[in-house]
Ligand binder design. Structure first.
Ligand code: ADP
Ligand code: TRP
Length: 324
């Protein structure tokens, strides 16, 4: 039997190295599993909890679509769609919310972090994990490949599946498991977790002067050029390691430990890696951007395939709880 995989990325900004190495790279690679049946979507309903400007939301949605396709998403092997094109998911979210206690949502780290950062919480932000649970459960996937920061949301999804099945004495929902990438946390230019909301990102689209300026600004300590340096605690080395082979990593680590190399040289090596790694992506992205009609067609085709599955699960859930 095929292994269904599902994941989503919010269209809440431009995608960056953290999104790529923490999530998207794995999504693309999973297409090669012989029995994989991947479903990937652009979480535009979720993005509405933070982006409330129509032009920007639209631009980000198109940007995420272009990024995935340019990075290697193959619509013949993956079902790729916009969350809002499958409205069944919002109906299911309501049904799950009705059997979920407030306490579960009040414990969500992501919600608490956003409130601590000064965001005035909307009802939608509080309800975010319920919509995410519906996103997942409606497709009955076995695995949900995500970064470490999403694990709690997957655990909440498992809880909600169980609440529903127990309340209505049914087996409509299947327990999904998180699938973590090896790259748990990519550091940003300031050494904190790279994130759209911290202004510390290296975006996938950056090139030329902008990329150079950003890489040169990556925070390092003040060890003088001639002194030995510790690669293990250096943000530049951590970022370089994402791109480099084991031998290349060892070679750079040796130069750190030997002393006599400034951080500027390590930054140049990192810059070259980023330029080379993403050059084919940038060319393909520019090409795809000339034909947005094709991109739209891919998304609508994906939505039709996703809807067919979502419709069946929603019907089962409605029967189980007495709506039908
Ligand atoms: P952001 O924090 O920039 O808003 P999202 O929350 O939209 O990113 O994350 C999209 C995906 O990328 C998630 O699966 C998340 O785990 C992953 N991700 C985001 N930032 C990083 C990072 N710095 N390191 C590893 N994974 C990340
Ligand atoms: N919350 C996820 C993030 O910020 C995005 C997301 C929404 C998602 N629905 C999902 C991820 C369902 C996996 C499965 O990255």
């Amino acid at each position: 039997m095929a292994t269904r995989i599902l994941s989503g990325v919010q269209s809440s900004g431009k995608l960056h190295l953290g999104n790529y190495f923490g999530a998207i790279k794995q999504h693309i690679e999973l297409q090669n599993l012989p029995d994989a049946e991947p479903y990937y979507f652009i979480a535009d309903f979720h993005a509405m909890t933070t982006v409330q400007d129509a032009a920007r939301l639209k631009e980000y949605i198109q940007g995420v679509a272009l990024d995935y396709l340019a990075l290697g998403l193959d619509p013949t092997r993956s079902v790729f769609f916009r969350q809002s094109d499958v409205p069944e998911v919002t109906e299911l979210a309501w049904m799950l919310g009705a059997v979920t206690g407030m306490g579960l949502l009040e414990r969500a780290h992501s919600y608490k972090d956003k409130v601590a950062k000064g965001i005035t919480p909307s009802v939608g932000l509080f309800y975010y994990p319920v919509l995410m649970a519906a996103d997942i459960l409606i497709y009955k996937p076995k695995f949900v490949p995500v970064g470490q920061d999403q694990v709690q949301h997957i655990e909440m999804t498992q809880d909600m599946a169980q609440y529903f099945n127990n309340t209505y004495k049914c087996q409509v929902f299947v327990r999904p498991e998180a699938k973590l990438n090896q790259t748990a946390k990519v550091p940003g230019t300031d050494g904190e977790k790279m994130s759209k909301s911290y202004g510390n990102t290296i975006d996938l689209q950056m090139e030329g002067k902008e990329l150079k300026k950003t890489v040169m600004a990556v925070k390092t300590d003040i060890t003088p050029v001639e002194a030995p340096k510790n690669p293990e605690t250096c943000n530049v080395y951590a970022l370089y390691s994402l791109f480099a082979t084991e031998d290349e990593q060892k070679a750079l680590a040796g130069k750190y430990r030997a002393g006599g190399m400034g951080y500027g040289d390590a930054k140049k090596a990192l810059l070259e890696k980023i330029e080379a790694y993403f050059a084919p992506y940038r060319a393909k992205r520019a090409d795809l951007a000339k034909n947005m009609d094709h991109v739209e067609k891919v998304l609508l085709d994906g939505a039709a395939r996703a809807s067919a599955v979502a419709h069946v699960t929603l019907d089962e859930a409605k029967r189980a709880c007495g709506l039908k």
